[in-house]
Design a protein around this ligand. Structure first.
Ligand code: 5GP
Length: 189
């Protein structure tokens, strides 16, 4: 099947980026979908690498121009979205798109892409472990962490039954091996 997409969603801190980066390293035909966002860059993040960074006004303008496949206000005042041009850019190379996207966005993309898509929800072992991981990452304030943890709890509830596959990230090596197996199976279809 041509023009495939793989969707990874998870509460932040569940290890989603680690899994996605592992798969990108294994499969040269996979390409990461760079989302647009109105949040400020964190740390060493660069425009066109982790995200395409825009102001809120620019983002709203692009919404008005129907430039997005999907978009969402993931956190109050912070928009995130997938540009149509990004999907076209990756498919034009004959690559399979891999999305790292929030839970609502993942469900929306699965609805849009249907059988072309394989959607995976990564479940963190518990809300407490999630909080510890976010603190350990050291990139967010405590206030931001509490906001993410509260969101994570509701996302885990919302996600139940809405993804093609649920991966429990209790032990990272096990989760990576499981991700390899299910994604490899989908790519071989
Ligand atoms: P962060 O600010 O930590 O990079 O991302 C916050 C959340 O936004 C994460 O759950 C991330 O997966 C999600 N996200 C990133 N890109 C998109 C997108 O294009 N659309 C939607 N709906 N969510 C996204």
């Amino acid at each position: 099947m041509d023009n495939k997409v793989i969707i990874f969603s998870a509460p932040s801190g569940a290890g989603k980026s680690t899994v996605v980066n592992h798969l990108l390293g294994l499969h040269p035909e996979l390409e990461f979908s760079i989302s647009a966002t109105s949040r400020a860059p964190r740390g060493q993040e660069q425009h066109g690498v982790e995200y395409y960074f825009f102001t809120s006004d620019e983002f709203r303008q692009m919404i008005a121009e129907d430039k997005f496949v999907e978009y969402e206000e993931v956190y109050a005042g912070s928009f995130y979205g997938t540009l149509r041009s990004e999907v076209e850019r990756i498919w034009a190379k004959g690559h399979t798109i891999i999305f790292d996207i929030d839970v609502q966005g993942g469900v929306n993309l699965k609805r849009i892409f249907g059988d072309q898509a394989f959607s995976v929800f990564i479940q963190a072992p518990s809300v407490e472990i999630l909080r510890e991981r976010l603190i350990g990452r050291g990139t967010d304030t405590m206030e931001a962490i509490e906001k993410r943890v509260a969101k994570a709890a509701s996302e885990m509830e919302f996600a139940a039954g809405k993804f093609d596959y649920t991966l429990i990230n209790d032990d990272l090596q096990t989760a990576l091996a499981e991700a390899e197996k299910v994604v490899g199976g989908f790519l071989a279809e």
